[in-house]
Design a protein around this ligand. Structure first.
Ligand code: HEM
Length: 496
């Protein structure tokens, strides 16, 4: 036997050993999964024992919630989505997960969305979150927002004016675009004391464009959270560098806006009521305050969370009402009862307007997918299934809001179902989340939704869905990402 041959024999031996080791490792994983899989009893497709790849692919395609909903139809209120992921539609379980002081904390998914910024939306630190809520809640309360209503109303009126102008030249209006500019300008105005002037300019400024780009990259990145440290530094096409560079650009922009706000407040005798007026001046609330970095991060969180959520809801509700002229006429009749100089309080007391909004939030939930949470370390009993600590539990609105027992004929947009809402209906609504992590901008959203719809239908009572430029129902099919929107990003309405 020559030397070469002896090497070959040794190599073959090593290869065999490696093959045996690999087979043993695979077998060990298989056996562990088969014998010790803590989620083995949770029903779901066979492959979810091994992978959540189907969920990821469908989420990236923008129809993850439909996939999960189909699994619920087949397997019941608790379904397995992956090796350690479960979705639940059981109301008692949802109350347990989304309650005040819940120990089901937000998962790493939100870290992806926040692209490494510790802010109120993504934080997993309960003390940090409690402090932020305490400091930020008052200006966001119904009472706190009253002082900001004139600023909001001004932007709503400007949006309606711009829609009227577009109607004259284009013979139709893209309400998706104008509602987006309006909500972006409102949250900019209330946050930084100066809007982004999207309504005046008819386009988003570079800061908003950067935020939009970061939102797209982050929402894809949040599906692959373990790859985020790499994604963060990769040069990506179309965003002017890496996500890290983009995030830095956004932060520099927000910091400059804040410094300008502080400067203006110092030079004024009277205080302008804004979401951060007091905190920006370093006012201490119950012995606590926020640093400039915390304020900048909170401002960014507000702008991300507070623009397309509200504008997409406005778009879907406006469209749904234009599609059903009887409902639209009923709303217009109710709006005719308003005094000339109506206020936010007057709008709050209009029953049909508010039913139209509630039904819009149900039928078109703009946060349609899961609000993923970790099961606390001691594990939890969820609707009769024991889930180990650290597994992920998801509660998706898309399914909850379509529970046919609570909402017969769930695909129908029908505001009348809210005339006498049952307990099951109220319990099945999770449009703004729940418990300690409930949407802090909920009251602001309601003010914008009421004012937007009231001004729109009072000004344009003849509105109807247009077929100009090929507009059709298909345009309004929902792209179900973390935030859902009309799939073609337009909604063309004729107002005369
Ligand atoms: C129709 C409009 C809106 C809808 C449907 C909506 C929905 C939601 C939902 C479902 C959550 C909970 C997320 C979770 O638990 O994982 C949330 C949280 C949040 N929303 Fe909204 N939102 C809307 C408008 C706004 C507005 C106008 C703001 C303005 C600042 C805002 C700011 C936030 C913030 C900061 C959080 C995180 C709260 C926390 O974790 O303490 N949202 N929103």
């Amino acid at each position: 036997m020559n030397t070469l041959d002896s090497y070959n024999v040794r190599d073959i031996g090593s290869l065999q050993m490696a093959g045996i080791a690999l087979t043993a490792a695979v077998l060990a994983v298989v056996i562990r999964h088969l014998l010790f899989d803590p989620l083995a009893k949770v029903p779901g497709p066979w492959y979810t024992k091994w992978t959540n790849a189907v969920l990821k692919i469908r989420s990236i395609k923008g129809d993850g919630p439909i996939y999960v909903d189909q699994l619920h139809e087949k397997y019941g209120p608790v379904v397995r989505l992956g090796p350690s992921e479960v979705d639940v539609t059981d109301v008692a379980a949802i109350k347990k997960i989304h309650r005040v002081k819940s120990d089901f904390g937000k998962t790493d998914f939100y870290q992806g969305l926040g692209y490494r910024r510790e802010n109120i939306i993504g934080t997993q630190d309960t003390d940090f979150h409690r402090r932020q809520r305490k400091l930020l809640s008052q200006p966001m309360s119904e009472n706190g927002l009253k002082a900001m209503e004139p600023e909001i109303e001004e932007k709503v009126r400007l949006a309606i004016e711009k829609m009227g102008e577009e109607m004259k030249t284009r013979k139709a209006v893209d309400i998706y675009k104008w509602w987006m500019f309006m909500t972006t300008d409102i949250i900019g105005q209330l946050t930084f004391g100066e809007s982004f002037h999207a309504l005046e300019n008819g386009k988003a400024d570079s800061y908003i464009e950067d935020l939009g780009k970061a939102g797209i990259v982050s929402s894809i990145g949040s599906q692959f959270i373990s790859l985020m440290p790499i994604i963060y530094h990769l040069p990506l096409p179309g965003i002017g560098g890496s996500l890290r560079m983009l995030a830095d650009r956004i932060q520099i922009g927000a910091r400059a806006k804040f410094q300008q706000l502080r400067h203006e407040m110092e030079s004024k005798d009277e205080e302008t009521p804004l979401l951060f007026s007091k905190l920006a001046q370093g006012v201490i609330v119950d012995g606590e305050t926020m640093t400039e970095t915390e304020l900048v991060n909170a401002a960014e969180a507000y702008i991300i969370a507070g623009s397309d959520t509200t504008s997409n809801t406005l778009t879907f509700v406006t469209w749904a009402l234009c599609k059903q002229p009887k409902l639209k006429d009923q709303l217009i009749k109710e709006l005719e009862t308003l005094p000339v100089n109506f206020t936010g309080e007057d709008l709050k007391s209009l029953p049909f307007l508010n039913r139209c909004i509630t039904e819009g939030l149900r039928r078109f939930p703009v946060v349609p997918g899961g609000l993923p949470r970790y099961v606390p370390k001691e594990g939890a009993d969820i609707a009769g299934y024991w889930l180990p600590g650290g597994s992920t539990i998801i509660t998706q609105n898309w399914s909850l809001h379509r529970n046919p027992e609570a909402f017969p004929n769930p695909d129908q947009y029908d505001p009348s179902r809210w005339e006498n809402p049952t307990k099951a209906m109220k319990d099945s609504m999770l449009a703004f989340g729940g418990g300690s992590r409930i949407c802090i901008g909920m009251h602001l959203a309601y003010i914008e939704l009421r004012m937007g719809l009231a001004y729109f239908f009072r000004t344009f009572p003849k509105s109807r869905v247009s077929s100009l430029e090929g507009m059709g129902d298909n345009d309004m099919k929902e792209a179900l990402y973390f935030i859902s929107s009309p799939q073609n990003h337009r909604c063309i309405i004729e107002t005369a």
